[in-house]
Design a protein around this ligand. Structure first.
Ligand code: PMT
Length: 400
């Protein structure tokens, strides 16, 4: 299964601002996801980035002029408006925002925007005072009430030498919001609690027991749930991934910290998905100072950690759906099935973590879903994002 944006037609509008260079990176990310991207540039945008760059990367002629003729008699701004699954304007200047909000159509991009009926994502980027002006905020409110999604600009140093909100968000964040635009909100009103990443159990102040979980699988589930309209809380062990947008992220280190946090949040959750790779044991008495090298052998006494998922299964309420993961190296069906029953789960997602393209650290995962009623669904290797959506589809079926 391919990523959400695969084969979607996206029209990228580029306006005249210093951040126009970031649209090139956005185009590259969209193409990497398999989108068919058409680019429209305003006249001022061409002063910042050449249309040839967008043409080469998108594989399509760039539309820069309402009346330009390419000899095929097509009217690009109408044709593209009919074909687009979504339109994103990045960067969107004060000028274009003012025009779109008020229905002015005096160039290719503004005329196109008037004709698009699908999702529209506007990414303002300008000087802080311009962004905070009453006229700009009024125009953004109009656009929101017209159904456009607006991404708040990020704060930081601006091209004009000042500092404050006005920077174009980074392209991965724009891509994330575009995916949210394109996803139906079938989990609206649901509270979803996800755990991700490894735990770290201290041996001494500089050493710990852990595992190679990167957090990618859990973060993908949290993002997919947020894109589908859920209120999401993500409890994560130490990972290097950036916090996903619009998700409350709580960072923990140890299994005991994860247990305490999860138990305090579990009651409010409708759906709990435990993707985290929790250490089953921790050193019984972590040393207060760094352990010095000594004998040829040393013995470390370990103590069992709380089994968070088992306890959640014991406390499970009627309205809750509880999903666990099973990281196995053999006998997937037997081992996952045992955990499903013992931990009182609705679904367990089994993955063989010693297979290439599956498990720890990879962008893909090959999983089999085992259901409480004995059904199982074996899936091919897919992007973790696609696994996340498929899992949420199945959870939704159980909810209904
Ligand atoms: O993070 P990535 O790099 O993307 O890798 C993804 C993954 C391989 C970590 C993920 O797909 C996965 O398999 N997660 C479960 C890892 C695990 O700890 O499996 P387990 O079979 O040991 O545990 C079974 C379940 O019990 C898990 O849901 C786990 O969160 C939970 N558990 C385990 C031990 C414990 N003390 N408390 C728990 O809650």
């Amino acid at each position: 299964m391919k990523a959400l944006i695969h084969n979607k037609t996206i029209v990228l509008g580029v306006c005249g601002g210093i951040a126009a260079y970031k649209s090139v990176e956005l185009l590259r990310l969209l193409k990497k996801e398999g989108a068919d991207v058409r680019v429209m540039m305003t006249r001022n945008a061409q002063a910042f980035v050449g249309s040839m760059t967008f043409e080469a990367l998108s594989g399509h002629p760039v539309c820069t002029n309402l009346f330009e003729s390419r000899g095929d008699a097509s009217i690009k701004h109408i044709e593209w408006a009919e074909q687009a699954d979504a339109a994103v304007i990045a960067p969107a200047t004060a000028n274009i925002i003012g025009k779109i909000a008020n229905g002015i159509a005096d160039d290719a991009l503004t005329t196109f925007m008037l004709a698009v009926t699908k999702q529209k994502l506007i990414c303002p980027s300008m000087n802080t005072l311009m962004y905070q002006s009453k006229a700009m905020q009024r125009n953004l409110e109009i656009l929101k009430s017209d159904g456009c999604m607006i991404i708040e600009p990020s704060a930081g140093e601006l091209a004009c030498g000042t500092s404050g909100p006005g920077r174009l968000p980074e392209p991965p964040d724009i891509l994330d919001r575009l995916k949210a635009c394109l996803t139906s909100k079938d989990l609206k009103g649901k509270h979803v609690l996800v755990t991700a990443g490894p735990t770290r159990e201290a041996i001494d102040p500089v050493r710990f027991i852990s595992n190679p979980s990167s957090g990618k699988m859990g973060f993908a589930i949290a993002k997919a749930a947020e894109h589908r309209g859920a209120e999401v809380i993500l409890v994560s062990g130490p990972v290097t991934l950036s916090d996903p947008l619009y998700i409350k992220v709580i960072k923990v280190q140890t299994a005991e910290e994860m247990a305490e946090t999860v138990f305090s949040l579990a009651e409010q959750a409708d759906i709990i998905i435990k993707t985290a790779a929790v250490s089953d044991y921790r050193p019984k008495e972590p040393a207060k100072q760094k352990i010095k090298k000594g004998d040829e052998e040393m013995v470390l006494t370990l103590q069992k950690n709380p089994d968070i998922l088992r306890e959640l299964g014991r406390r499970k309420k009627d309205h809750q759906t509880l999903v666990g993961f099973a990281a196995e190296t053999q006998e997937l069906e037997m081992n996952a099935g045992k955990k499903l029953a013992e931990k009182n789960l609705d679904i367990i997602v089994g993955n063989l973590v010693n297979h290439p393209g599956s498990g720890f650290g990879t962008d893909t995962n090959q999983v089999t879903l085992f259901f409480r009623n004995g059904d199982k669904e074996q899936l091919p290797a897919m992007e973790k994002e696609a696994v996340a959506h498929l899992l949420l589809d199945r959870v939704k079926e159980l909810l209904s």
